[in-house]
Design a protein around this ligand. Sequence first.
Ligand code: ARG
Length: 259
Amino acid sequence: MNRVIALPIKLLSAALLLSVTALAAPRTLEQVKSSGTLKLGTEAAFPPFNFYEGKALMGFEVDLGNALGKALGLKVEWVVQPFDNLLITLNQGRFDAVMASHAITPVRQKAVDFLPPHYCSTVNIVAKVGGPLTKQMLAGKTVGTQVGTAQIPVLNAIPGIREVRTYPNDQTVLSALQAGRVDAWSSNGPVVAYMLKKTGQTGKILIGEAISDERNAGAVAKGNTALDDALSGALAGLLKDGTYAKISDRWFGQDIRCK
Ligand code: ARG
């Protein structure tokens, strides 16, 4: 290759490689502590757990994540990414831990290390009045759900479903349900309840049968043990000292910790 061209290309690939390596290493607890800032990843489209109201990031998991940082004496910086990217970029070190309502599943446990669950919930079937509200009624029907979620394999295992269609987030699934492009929607019960209320659809769209019970948890990159221990310890503290109960009550009027 012409040297004049080859040199810039070599420099460029070296720079690319450096930036990839820099991103490729999740930060250790020591590095997080000395920076003074804990970076938390979330999606910001899963109300009331993590969402935007205008430009403000808020929700149960945002309050809880901020409280975890505080307990460790760290500032919290939130990094917002599509749900589907979160576990990949967590392992690439884009942020230190994720708080986005991930269900603990064996498949995900191979990829990341989960903290103890910060709540338990069900995933439900949701449909317009007169639509399919049970697994049995899903025979021959199309169900919409968010891409990358734990309910996809659960839905695929329900006999007779015509199609499981994935959407970028729950807002787009709700729109598809309203427009009649899917017969049913599947998501976590508290999210559906909140979204139906916010959009004035309560009573027009109904929450049906639960298809799974989830333990929803934060996670750190695979093998990031010291950070895992620190965050798990901080979470145990919040569960014990009343902070968790207060945050849960603010968002749900009840304590949603796993029983
Ligand atoms: N609980 C489901 C799962 O684990 C959905 C979580 C979706 N979270 C989100 N921030 N959109 O896959």
